[in-house]
Design a protein around this ligand. Structure first.
Ligand code: NAP
Ligand code: ZN
Length: 351
């Protein structure tokens, strides 16, 4: 074991603060990564504040972070795919059983024995896993992905969660030329959804509560912007969208969004508000619409998404912050004041 600097929350109400954690020395199949950048996902905030306690209680001290980009500094003797000095990424999972039908299909995110990057039982240490708000991490090479060299490393970090979480349902819904896609919420996930759906050739509609994000939405690739607090704009677009990806982090009424779907249109929930939804049957029956959920993505699809982003020159629009400002970033996330992903420059942790 070795000691690593990190930022941790020690309770649901305490701010993130400097903390020292223990990491394992690399096993034969492990890669040790010096973390250069880590994105700030709204899930980090939900978990730090124990907002998902019913499904996923927080264990403190909690070190969040699952949008990790860094440089390989050591590899175990059995590591085949990575070498020292390479630029790599780690997303939402760091382990799975590797043998179940989901793992064999490349859907590690669905494995019953998947291990999340933080706040999950760590079979190596007997404690919990610690995430990317830290100077380094040790991960089995199976859960390490390659960052295309053409991409800016800070802008690439959010692809590891926000990117794959929107890419996967867009692909599952076979979004392409001619598909009318609605992206609800222009935050970290939402702005990636806009860029990706646009690059796939879709007609992209941004559904936002923030009228002032209109210009940005167009710059990011939106063909149309609907301000959802304006009932006139909502009713004008009723029944027009084929696919909606809902990225909203807070409680909201789904019914106005379902009304935007065409017949047989489909809404995928990726946002995870603390409170459950109420869905009247008629919202789905009329138009035979459907709803599903989606959780980040498996390793093959994550690498596919990164390569797609490499080909299309897609990265997140980031506001780079020192780790000392992460609590301020959390406060701004709650206010939907993010353009469009905070990314921590981990050099600040060494200072
Ligand atoms: P974020 O950057 O904070 O963006 C959320 C956006 O939702 C806000 O910018 C805002 O956009 C909109 N919004 C906020 N409050 C709203 C309200 N009351 N009604 C309607 N819209 C509202 O968050 P994020 O990092 O993108 O994460 C979004 C959600 O996805 C979180 O719940 C997170 O935990 C979840 N998530 C899920 C997965 C998965 O695998 N399924 C992965 C990562 C994250 P506008 O200003 O445009 O309205
Ligand atoms: Zn995330």
């Amino acid at each position: 074991m070795y000691k690593a600097k990190a930022y941790a929350a020690t309770s649901a109400t305490s701010p993130l603060a400097p903390h020292t954690i223990e990491r394992r020395e690399p096993t034969p199949t492990d890669v040790r990564i010096e973390i250069l950048f880590c994105g700030v996902c709204h899930s980090d905030l939900h978990l730090v504040r124990d907002e998902w306690k019913a499904a996923m209680p927080a264990v403190y001290p909690l070190v969040p972070g699952h949008e990790i980009v860094g440089s390989v500094t050591a590899v175990g003797p059995g590591v085949k795919r990575y070498r020292t000095g390479e630029l790599v990424g780690v997303g939402c999972q760091v382990d799975s059983d590797g043998t179940c039908p989901d793992c064999l299909a490349g859907h590690e995110q669905l494995c019953a024995n998947a291990v999340l990057t933080y706040n999950a039982p760590d079979k190596h240490t007997g404690g919990v896993t610690y995430g990317g708000y830290s100077e380094s991490v040790v991960v089995d090479e199976r859960f390490v992905v390659r960052i295309p060299e053409s991409l800016d490393p800070a802008g690439a970090a959010p692809l590891l969660c926000a990117g794959i979480t929107t890419y996967a349902p867009l692909r599952r819904q076979r979004v392409g030329r001619g598909t009318r896609v609605g992206i609800v919420g222009l935050g970290g996930l939402g702005h990636m959804g806009v860029k990706l759906a646009h690059a796939m050739g879709a007609e992209v509609h941004v559904l936002t509560t923030s009228a002032h994000k209109r210009e940005d939405a167009h710059r990011l690739g939106a063909d149309a912007v609907i301000v959802t607090r304006d009932p006139g704009q909502m009713s004008r677009h009723a029944g027009t969208l084929d696919v909606i990806i809902d990225t909203v982090s807070a409680a909201h009424d789904l019914n106005p969004y379902l009304e935007l779907l065409s017949h047989h249109g489909h809404l995928t929930l990726v946002g995870i508000p603390e409170q459950p939804f109420v869905i009247p049957a008629f919202s789905l029956l009329s138009g035979e619409r459907s709803i599903s959920g989606s959780v980040n993505g498996g390793l093959p699809e994550t690498q596919e998404m990164l390569d797609f982003c490499g080909e299309h020159g897609i990265t997140a629009d980031v506001e780079i912050i020192p780790i000392q400002r992460v609590n301020e970033a959390f406060e701004r996330l709650v206010k939907a004041d993010v353009k469009y992903r905070f990314v921590i420059d981990m050099a600040s942790l060494k200072a």
